[in-house]
Design a protein around this ligand. Structure first.
Ligand code: IPM
Ligand code: MG
Length: 364
């Protein structure tokens, strides 16, 4: 029992966002009710749905809501309806804006293969069994934010597209510190991924990570080029524990690693700054299946577990949610993205209800 009221900003967003967020909130409420924790949930608009109302995907009031909250829970943004818009008002800008304005530089993407889903992975069972990798992606630097950027036209009318891959040493150092701390709390082995053989910005990355490592003699640090890492993730994923990498490489490698688990619909994430935090599934808004009650809510539910662990200081309750998800899978429930013959097909809502049932019967 605590007197503090946690303020949680909820941005359901676009596509399947509202459906999966509904299920995640149900799960969150079971835990906070049982533990007598008071939370206030405040909804805000972001992405395409905000654009439709305000003409911008990231309205001022949504930023303020996020800034005043202890944590943000986000569904997904984007969809074909807004794809023709100028970059400056695309739904994705809202996500980048939130990351930037809240200073969310550390993005944790745990890749955990549940035993029950081994057959859903396109890789052989012996490769993916027991996989538990933490990808730490730098989230507020690199080509995502570097300037100059844009498309220019020369006097003959020919266009040039430019983005700038850039890292300052202090940006590298703060993510490296997080990486070493994470590795220290796990198996004490850290892999830093770069392209230092070609790109100077990641040559700096490698040397700053190495310097930071001098204060962590108990953690074994290795380096790998990103192309090799992409290959090794498929060839022998069990060699990895904590991977730290740049914004762009982390974006790509985490989608790749998601497939080890069978479906991108299983991967949660936490984006942490010095004081703020945002939790979201790593999958997108999946407009093709939106509104049909078939999306997998588990990544969002697992994101709530991360919120309990990192923002509400409830690590045991976080583990209970993760266990409830494993138990629901054990019972045979599967949404269509992870369905296999012989299992029980669940819709979005049924899957959420199954997790709630498990949790309600847990001893807290
Ligand atoms: C992600 C997404 C985003 C990114 C998009 C939607 C801007 O792919 O969170 O991985 O590229 O960071
Ligand atoms: Mg991505």
């Amino acid at each position: 029992m605590t007197d503090k009221e946690y303020k949680i900003a909820v941005f359901a967003g676009d596509g399947v966002g509202p459906e999966i967020i509904n299920e995640a909130i149900k799960v969150l409420k079971v835990v906070t009710d049982k533990k007598n924790i008071s939370i206030s949930l405040q909804d805000g608009l972001i992405g395409g749905s905000a654009y439709d109302v305000f003409g911008t995907p990231f309205p001022e009031q949504s930023l303020n809501l996020a800034l005043e909250s202890d944590a943000v829970l986000l569904g997904a943004v984007g969809g074909p309806k807004w794809e023709g818009l100028d970059y400056s008002v695309r739904p994705e800008r809202a996500l980048l804006g939130l990351r930037e304005k809240l200073g969310l530089y550390a993005n944790l993407r745990p890749v955990v293969v549940f035993d029950e889903l081994i057959d859903a992975s396109p890789l052989k069972k012996n490769l993916v069994q027991g996989i538990n990798i933490m990808i730490l992606r730098e989230l507020t630097g690199d080509v995502y934010f570097g300037t100059p950027r844009g498309v220019t036209r020369d006097k003959d009318g020919l266009r040039t597209g430019v983005n700038t891959m850039i890292y300052k040493e202090e940006e590298i150092r703060r993510i490296a510190l997080r990486a070493f701390e994470l590795a220290r709390a796990r198996k004490k082995n850290l892999l830093s991924v770069d392209k230092a053989n070609v790109l100077e910005s990641t040559e700096l990355w490698r040397s700053v990570v190495t310097e930071t490592g001098r204060d962590y003699p108990d953690v074994e640090l290795k380096h790998m080029y990103v192309d090799n890492c992409a290959m090794q993730l498929i060839r022998n994923p069990s060699q990895f524990d904590v991977i730290v990498t740049t914004n762009l490489f982390g974006d790509i490698l985490s989608d790749e690693a998601a497939m080890l688990t069978g479906s991108i619909g299983m991967l949660p994430s936490a984006s942490l700054g010095e004081t703020k935090a945002l939790y979201e599934p790593i999958h997108g808004s999946a407009p093709d299946i939106a509104g049909k009650n078939i999306a997998n809510p588990l990544a969002t539910i697992l994101s709530v577990a991360m919120m309990l662990r990192y923002s509400l200081s409830l690590p045991q309750e976080a583990s209970l949610i993760e266990k409830a998800v494993a138990d629901v899978l054990k019972e045979g429930w599967r949404t269509q993205d992870i369905f296999s013959a012989g299992s029980r097909l669940a819709g979005t809502e049924e899957m959420g209800n199954a997790v709630v049932r498990q949790l309600v019967s847990c001893d807290f």
